[in-house]
Design a binder for this molecule. Structure first.
Ligand code: NZQ
Ligand code: ZN
Length: 386
């Protein structure tokens, strides 16, 4: 196992009816900006619950954060924060709203001229304006981590940011919010969380037995609850396990002491930036090719995953590893998720070269757990995903 430090300060408040406890978590004299998306919270009752819980506070609202939170929209929100002297941010939404609020938290205290530089120049956020979240969509794990991904349409970019100042102070996880989530977003949530585990697991053996077992158990849980929650969003037990699995998949725990990959996400973000494909679906496009392309380097963990998660008991390491990739693709298809770029766009020709060039331009010369995947490899992997 590798050396590590672990600190996660986010308080999780989990369960039925917990949105009602929101007011206890926010400082008494806070001036709150409640930030949300296109308005799903107004039709599923979450908006009323939040407003009721905040009745003792001075609250302003900012709505309209789009999926893949857009820089220009966030800059409008930043103006409100500054003009109104907001002291506390509350995200009510999925990963996009939460990530948007993380950007705002950082940008509100940023002293440079152009907040985009936080993303462009990978400036770590040590301190941000305090914020909490009410999660409405299990998927990203953003509710319990310190990362965010922001999109800028003007330049076709989608870049990450983070730092210890960007953990939410608290996150309220009421699994009942799952009842109103459309099938497409449910599938996305399962897919995204599953991929987060794979990124932190599908590398090479390092003797981190407990991390491996935790990672495998999250994947097993997602596989078990996927058909249940897709069939019936009112299945509270399935919803609760779905929600907690998504949080556990990316709250930092399973990545401690192990090598991590994240190349699938790096390539996937480019497909969202270029084509607007849902984040989770870009991962389903890239992952199979990535595992076939890096088969030699990853085959031992692939085989272990095949044995333990998919119950593949016979065959050589190579055969088990290959069968494991096939099972994974079948699982993505079972969620109704297509796994080829050409399933999403007719204009896929040239994508591999474009993405590879972008990586070169950004100086990203070594992706993956060994930092050996060059832009030329990225080009080949993406071509395999057509
Ligand atoms: O806009 P609203 O009205 O909120 O509707 C949203 C949106 O249309 C809807 N929705 C959310 N909760 C709902 C609901 N609809 C009905 N009932 C509910 N309870 O779902 C749609 C998608 O929401 P979004 O927040 O975009 O989805 P998700 O949570 O999948 O977030 C995706 C974003 O997170 C980033 C992705 O890149 C993408 O930008 N990620 C963030 C990460 C992180 N911070 O750690 C890691 C991830 O790998 C990922 O990159
Ligand atoms: Zn993801």
């Amino acid at each position: 196992m590798l050396n590590f430090e672990f600190k996660n300060p986010t308080k999780i408040i989990f369960g039925k009816g917990q949105i009602g406890n929101l007011g206890k978590e926010i400082p008494k004299n806070a001036k709150v900006l409640m930030v949300y998306g296109a308005g799903s919270i107004k039709s599923n009752g979450i908006y009323e619950q939040v407003k009721k819980a905040l009745s003792d506070f001075e609250v302003l609202e900012f709505s309209g954060i789009p999926a893949n939170p857009e820089y220009e929209v966030l800059m409008d929100a930043l103006k409100v924060i500054k003009e109104e002297n907001i002291t506390y941010l509350l995200a009510v939404g999925g990963g996009s709203v939460i990530d948007g609020v993380k950007f705002l938290s950082s940008a509100a205290l940023y002293t440079g001229n152009t907040p985009w530089d936080i993303l462009k120049n990978s400036i770590r956020t040590e301190n941000g304006l305090p914020f909490g979240t009410v999660l409405t969509l299990p998927a990203t794990g953003s509710e319990m981590n310190s990362g965010a991904v922001i999109t800028r349409k003007e330049t076709g970019e989608k870049l990450g940011m983070g730092g210890p100042g960007l953990f939410p102070q608290f996150s309220i996880l009421d699994p009942q919010v799952v009842t109103s989530i459309p099938e497409r977003q449910l599938a996305n949530g399962i897919m995204d969380a599953f991929s987060h585990v794979l990124e932190q697991y599908m590398t090479y053996p390092i003797g981190a037995i407990l991390q491996d077992r935790i990672a495998e158990s999250i994947m097993q849980t997602l596989i078990e609850i996927a058909p249940r929650i897709m069939k019936n969003t009112s299945d509270y037990e399935a919803a609760a396990n779905f929600m907690w699995s998504c949080t556990m998949a990316l709250n930092g725990l399973i990545q401690k002491g192990v090598p991590t990959d994240w190349a699938v996400h790096a390539m996937g973000h480019e497909l969202t930036a270029l084509f607007g494909i849902d984040h989770a679906r870009t991962l389903a496009i890239i992952a199979p090719s990535h595992y076939y392309y890096n088969f030699e380097a990853k085959k031992e963990k692939l085989a272990q995953y095949g044995e333990r998660v998919w119950d593949i008991k016979t065959g050589s390491t190579e055969e088990k590893a290959k069968a494991a990739i096939e099972k994974t693709v079948d699982f993505f298809h079972s969620l109704g998720i297509d796994t080829k770029l050409s399933d999403y766009t007719a204009a896929y020709e040239g994508t591999a070269e474009r993405v590879s060039q972008r990586f070169t331009d950004r100086g990203w010369l070594g992706l993956g757990e060994h930092k050996t995947l060059a832009p030329a490899d990225v080009e080949k992997i993406i071509k395999m995903s057509y």
